[in-house]
Design a protein around this ligand. Structure first.
Ligand SMILES: *[C@@H]1O[C@H](CO)[C@@H](O)[C@H](O)[C@H]1NC(C)=O
Ligand SMILES: *[C@@H]1O[C@H](CO)[C@@H](O)[C@H](O)[C@H]1NC(C)=O
Ligand SMILES: *[C@@H]1O[C@H](CO)[C@@H](O)[C@H](O)[C@H]1NC(C)=O
Length: 315
């Protein structure tokens, strides 16, 4: 219901998802308290309200995460109706960390395109946004023009990306330095509901550094750094790529705080000592006021961080 406009757009871009999105339209009544029987964890990952695993456990169906167990007994959690894998959710920051989508284009002797894994995601009705300030877009490869297609909260379609120029002389490459040669990076211009990663051309590069190209979203905090070896050895990239993360922001609804506070039945910041935080005019989330910590989405969820504050919060 919250993303009615995006829905129209979804029809155009992701027709196969249509039945799922339609199904999700039917049950989006806000649920203000989590029933006591709801699981608190998916495997060893903690899941706090407004999110939930299991039917009826999220604030609405859109806050329900799919918890799946594989044959090895490992648990994974996914944003509903997507294969975006959630690794952790921060209630206080309004953020989530997800496995980073990497687009790979590899040549093994004869040109062979290795199918990319999850090069796009439609976060449509979900509370999630691809965070613009917590991520960057990165291309690694010798001569690779990587593209990033986005659909923003105002429904604009944006294309951005960057060009990693061809490497002719390995001597000029330096580990940790994404210089524009063999590696380039770019900001994410706007918070987005839909992203798609691709390459502009698929031709075989001429130089010897021609094994693979990668285009991906990574956390902007520079934990992941370019290494010269990535250009020569796909194994060296894949070893580090396992732990690559991207950041999603999330909002309670598409209302601003001003609007949301006009209906106290649906307003999500229910704890005393909680406050509302606007998100780029695209929605809001909640937080505990200074001196308090905990979950602003449940009654008495915000607790004082010192003994003195604690006794105040009990009043
Ligand atoms: C928010 O979503 C509702 C539908 O749930 C829609 O009518 C409204 O226009 C949206 N507001 C904005 C600012 O996008
Ligand atoms: C989960 O997977 C990891 C490897 O990714 C493995 O080391 C671990 O034993 C698995 N856990 C279970 C419960 O099977
Ligand atoms: C306030 O929110 C509740 C719960 O979502 C809804 O049923 C009700 O219609 C809303 N009231 C107004 C005046 O919009």
């Amino acid at each position: 219901m919250n993303f009615l406009v995006l829905f129209k757009l979804t029809v155009l871009t992701l027709a196969p998802l249509l039945p799922l999105l339609l199904a999700s339209l039917t049950s989006s009544v806000a649920q203000l308290v989590q029933p006591p029987w709801c699981p608190t964890h998916c495997g060893d990952m903690k899941v706090d309200f407004p999110f939930g695993v299991g039917e009826g456990c999220g604030r609405s169906e859109h806050f329900q995460l799919d918890c799946e167990k594989n044959d090895l007994g490992n648990f994974s959690m996914f944003v509903r109706y997507t294969r975006v894998e959630v690794l952790s959710i921060s209630i206080s920051e309004g953020r989530a960390r997800v496995k980073s989508p990497v687009y790979r284009l590899c040549y093994r002797g004869i040109p062979t395109i290795i199918k990319p894994n999850l090069p796009e995601a439609n976060l449509g009705y979900s509370p999630f946004w691809l965070s613009s300030n917590a991520n960057k877009f990165m291309v690694i490869g010798s001569g690779g023009l990587g593209g990033l297609g986005l659909i923003t909260g105002t429904m604009s379609k944006i294309k951005s990306g960057c060009m990693a120029w061809e490497v002719f002389d390995q001597e000029i490459l330096v580990d940790s330095l994404c210089s524009g040669i063999g590696c380039c990076e770019n900001i994410i211009p706007y918070p987005s509901k839909y992203f798609q990663i691709y390459f502009y051309e698929n031709s075989l590069p001429a130089s010897v550094f021609n094994t693979c190209r990668y285009a991906m979203l990574v956390e902007a905090n520079n934990i992941f750094k370019f290494r010269t070896s990535y250009l020569i050895s796909p194994e060296s990239f894949e070893k580090d790529a396992i732990s690559l993360l991207a950041v999603l922001d999330w909002t309670i609804s598409n209302d601003t705080c001003n609007i949301a506070q006009q209906n106290m039945t649906s307003y999500a910041c229910v704890s005393s000592h909680s406050k509302c935080i606007d998100y780029n005019n695209l929605g809001y989330h909640c937080s505990c006021v200074q001196g308090y910590q905990g979950n602003p989405y449940v009654p008495s969820g915000c607790q004082g961080t010192s003994n003195m504050c604690q006794s105040l919060s009990l009043n």
